[in-house]
Each structure stands twice: as C-alpha cells, then as structure tokens.
Unconditional design. Sequence first.
Length: 134
Amino acid sequence: MARQCVGSGSPWEAAVGYSRAVRVNQQVYVAGTTASDASGRVIGPEDPYAQTVFILRKIEAALKEAGAGLQDVVRTRMYVTRIEDWTLIARAHREFFHDVLPAATMVEVTRLIDPAMRIEIEVDAVIPESGDSP
C-alpha cells in the first residue's frame, strides 16, 4: 500500500498531528478544511460564500499535490454553523463541481474552532487508473 501525506504548512497540522490530505493508492482523503490562511487568519469572516471559495481553492491545491484534481472528487462533506447560509455555500460548491457532481452532505454544527468560521469542508477523491473511464 502506497501512502503519501500532503501538508500545507498550517500551524494546526503540527499542533494537532494531521495531514491536509492523505493519498493511499488511487484514493485521496482531504481533511476538514477551513477558511484560514497560512498564519491562521480567517478569510472572509462572516461571509460563507467567500469562505467556501477559499476553502475549495485550498482543497484543490492539496488534491493537486496528491496527484488529483477537483474532477476526481467523489464526495464532499460540509459542516456549517448556520444552515441558513446553505444557498451561498451551495452556489460556491456548484461553481467548483458543476460538471463533477460529487455525492454531497451538508450538516449544521454548533460551532467550529474559530467563531468567525462559518464552514468546514472535507472531500474524498478517487484518481482513475490509466485507461479507466467512468
């Protein structure tokens, strides 16, 4: 079993002891990702659309480093602190995944690690082997 760990350099990764993403053979698992930059500053406080876009770009970068792309995503999980924000979050999700159509889950949670964070997203991807087609 081949295993590749991908880090982003976030201070959270070292403090908690996790990887941004892990690739095992053709599967890539991206950890829960929030709208914080490399210094831990929250991007787009109180703006669920901006946070979702920022998060999906971070996820896209992690997937790329693991040899995958957004087109390989088969599942997304979205944890939101205000379910009323679902239309803004869904709009950003659709912009990134309109042709991919992964299985998606959105769940309201009480809070995230920082009160300014409105959403956390994790994804699973499967990289097709050469010659595979959907």
